[in-house]
Design a protein around this ligand. Structure first.
Ligand code: NAI
Length: 395
């Protein structure tokens, strides 16, 4: 099959196996190039391991510290005439590279919110790995079937209280326009908290504790975002922000429990805004990211998922370092994004952007190429005109 990108709005419905492998290899090469991360994790469980920040975390744990990794994710395998989702190919590529380097890597493709996947995970850890010393919780999901009630909760990206109007960009067509998003009601807010809040993370930690599969001194970490004022109504102060407040509540509860049973730590890392499948679905944010990339690249401060996670592991978690927390107890690896000089430049560009000057004032080209790379397109050294087998079994 010859696989080309088919972009439909903010998703690409095709993915290239060899391109995804090359994209994963780029991340591995970056982490290896930065040298070993000392005193790192030995046994890492990554929930949401196939793309974005979860994949970056898995690469940092394995190729920075030599950790055994178990990745949990929810990806669609190939079907007749249709390639798999990128996370499927990424996880195969990661596992092959890890095993070639002598590192244990196992994968579970299924619904992380379910009891069944948690049970399968515990079985693999007990059988093959031994107690887990790093739990990374990096899910981004549009829905969750609650394992106790069977209710299907759907998450939304909406403001609260009042409609929100701002500029946005259709990243595919390059059209800048104004968008108004209606506020969520209480039910939609509660649903978003049920999907993206902390309850499921707590269930994972409880399952590990009940199975006695948490190593003494274990670290548990989940990811959040804050960003600048102009995105607050749709992010920090919106439905997803409410879910992140709940994730922070869960971090404190898990931290207290880990400490009650010896040492250990749980916290939130606030990460940089990056092009991922999750962030491309948020209105306004892709325009912000296009401006941010322009500014951060010009200032020599740009990072991707692997760079962010390598820096998080090397400067906050391991290498003899301790996490430096903000006043709310969060690690801020978004520190470069939030630098006042960076944000001042972004804020100066924001009101000027139009469809006509989008290419000059923003890094829309960089946004698009990063977006396509998520699906394995535009990687150097890949022949996209060559026939390639889309059916690849999970490694
Ligand atoms: P992503 O879309 O790249 O990755 C999501 C992961 O969750 C994938 O591995 C996917 O397979 C997995 N997943 C989704 N539903 C699942 C389910 N039911 N069962 C098992 N696995 C499932 O997302 P991204 O952007 O890496 O987000 C991860 C976390 O990082 C989220 O908490 C997000 O809010 C946070 N974050 C993202 C930022 C960004 O700009 N992309 C910035 C700061 C934080």
């Amino acid at each position: 099959m010859i696989i080309k990108p088919k972009v439909r709005g903010f998703v690409c419905v095709t993915a290239h196996p060899a391109g995804c492998a090359a994209h994963v290899q780029e991340q591995i090469d970056y982490v290896k190039g930065k040298g070993p991360i000392e005193n790192g994790p030995r046994n890492a469980l990554i929930i949401g391991a196939s793309t974005g920040y979860g994949l970056g975390s898995r690469v940092a744990a394995a190729f920075g510290s030599g950790a055994k990794t178990l990745g949990v994710f929810f990806e669609r395998p190939s079907e007749d005439g249709r390639p798999a989702t990128p996370g499927w190919y990424n996880s195969i590529a990661f596992s092959q590279a890890a095993r070639a380097a002598g590192l244990y890597a196992a994968n579970i493709n299924g619904d992380a919110f379910s009891d069944d996947v948690k049970k399968q995970t515990m079985e693999i850890i007990a059988r093959d790995m031994g107690p887990i010393d790093l739990v990374v919780y990096s899910l981004a999901s549009p829905r969750r079937t609650h394992p106790r009630t069977g209710v299907v909760h759907k998450s939304t990206l909406q403001p609260l209280g009042a409609p929100y109007t701002n500029k946005t960009v259709d990243t595919d067509k390059g059209i800048v326009s104004e968008v108004t998003i209606q506020p969520a009601d209480e039910a939609a807010t509660a649903d978003t908290v049920a999907v993206m809040g902390g309850e499921d993370w707590e269930m994972w930690m409880q399952a590990l504790a009940d199975a006695k599969l948490l190593a003494p001194g274990a670290t548990a970490m989940a990811y959040s975002y804050i960003g600048p004022h102009h995105t607050w109504p749709i992010y920090k102060d919106g439905t997803i922000g409410r879910a992140k407040i709940d994730l922070e509540r869960a971090a404190r509860a898990i931290d207290a429990q880990l400490k009650a049973h010896g040492h250990g730590r749980a916290f939130i890392s606030v990460n940089k805004a990056l092009v991922t499948q999750a962030s491309s679905a948020i209105p306004v944010v892709p325009l912000y990211i296009s401006i941010l990339y322009k500014v951060m690249k010009e200032m020599g401060l740009h990072e991707g998922c692997a760079e962010q996670m390598q820096r998080l592991f090397a400067t906050h978690l391991y290498n003899g370092r301790s996490p430096q927390f903000d006043s709310e107890g969060r690690v801020r690896i978004d520190d470069w994004e939030m630098r006042p000089d960076v944000q001042a430049k972004v804020a100066a560009i924001w009101p000027q952007v139009t469809t006509e000057n989008l290419a000059q004032l923003t890094d829309i080209a960089g946004y698009r190429s990063e977006f396509l790379k998520l699906f394995g397109f535009g990687l150097p050294g890949i022949d996209y005109d060559a026939d390639i087998e889309p059916h690849v079994p999970m490694a």
